[in-house]
Design a protein around this ligand. Structure first.
Ligand SMILES: NC(=O)c1ccc[n+]([C@@H]2O[C@H](COP(=O)([O-])OP(=O)(O)OC[C@H]3O[C@@H](n4cnc5c(N)ncnc54)[C@H](OP(=O)(O)O)[C@@H]3O)[C@@H](O)[C@H]2O)c1
Length: 283
């Protein structure tokens, strides 16, 4: 069984990097794992590897490209239709896009995948998490929220007007922190908690989707970075610890930590919630 025996965990982006390492570590603790992935072949290979290396056969796939709100809605509906409880939602999938490109919903891709997908998937599964309480939501954020360079600009939400891709990425990661803060506040008293964390700088497939040069740069940097297992550690801990880490907080190396002051604004957290709900048509 293991400490997570009988639990159901849904994790996004488990086909690579931090998500794959987290899925492997969590699987070894005995839960049923749902791997939300966009590429079924990679998902199936991950599922088989998890079974082989951990002995956990209770893993299934939910195929979904998180840049598409339609696909997120379909995936959430499929999960809910299976009538399983949901004890942990681990929002991990993320991208850094050097080029500005819109999704089918007309939203800049980094913002769509890194923030709006967390927001929409969480909201669609929130009642099931509450029904399954005690339950947890764990969001992968980043110290790179500092690259946002200041508070969220609600006149250009998501930073579509920003030419600098690191700035756009930082804005999306700042949104992860503010979203978690507001979510934690809204979930008080429900038995569901929300946390986010910075995994450290990790040698993964991250940002290698931007051509040969980015592959070479990220490959060279990975020698100095943390391993995906090290990067996943705080997230795995947040999913599994019997302790009760403070709701809504940002964690680094298993410790509650303060993000830049722009990530500490309750007012911006509440405004972001309302604006995100409009962007995904939840109002
Ligand atoms: N690496 C770092 O140094 C670092 C530091 C701080 C925070 N983070 C955060 O950590 C998280 C994981 O990053 P990583 O380093 O593990 O990156 P990675 O190795 O590139 O893995 C990203 C995962 O997300 C999936 N994914 C990307 N776009 C998707 C989409 N549209 N729909 C569904 N799945 C999608 C990828 O699927 P495919 O396999 O199909 O590509 C892959 O499984 C991200 O949120 C990132 O912002 C990373």
């Amino acid at each position: 069984m293991g400490p997570l025996g009988g639990k159901v965990i849904l994790i996004t982006g488990a086909t690579g990097g931090i998500g794959r390492a987290a899925a492997m570590a969590l699987a070894a603790m005995g839960p049923e794992l749902v791997l939300l992935c966009r590429n079924p072949e990679k998902g199936e290979e991950t599922r088989r590897t998890i079974a082989r290396e951990t002995g956990n056969e209770k893993t299934s796939l939910l195929v979904c490209d998180l840049s598409s709100q339609r696909q997120i809605r379909e995936a959430a509906a499929d999960f809910l239709a299976a009538n399983k409880p949901l004890h942990v939602l681990f929002n991990n999938a993320g991208v850094l896009e050097l080029r500005r490109e819109d999704t089918e919903d007309g939203i800049e891709r980094t913002w769509a995948v890194n923030h709006l997908a967390y927001f929409l998937l969480t909201n669609l599964l929130l009642d099931r998490l509450k029904q399954s309480a005690p339950a947890r939501i764990v969001n992968v954020a980043s110290a790179a929220h500092a690259s946002a360079g200041g508070p969220l600009d609600f006149d250009d939400l998501g930073g579509r007007g920003q030419a600098n891709p690191m700035r756009r990425y930082g804005i999306s990661k700042l949104a992860n922190i503010l979203f978690t803060r507001e979510l934690g506040r809204r979930l008080e008293g429900t038995g569901v908690t929300a946390h986010c964390f910075h995994p450290g700088f990790v040698g993964s497939g991250f940002a290698t989707n931007n051509g040969v040069i980015s592959k070479l740069v990220m490959g060279a940097a990975s020698a100095f970075n943390r391993t995906p297992q090290q990067g996943a550690d705080t997230g795995v801990w947040l999913c599994s610890t019997p302790a009760t880490p403070e709701n809504g907080r940002y964690f680094v190396d298993r410790e509650a930590s303060w993000p830049r002051r722009w990530g500490q604004s309750d007012e911006d957290g509440a405004r972001l919630w309302e604006a995100s709900a409009r962007q995904v048509a939840l109002v």
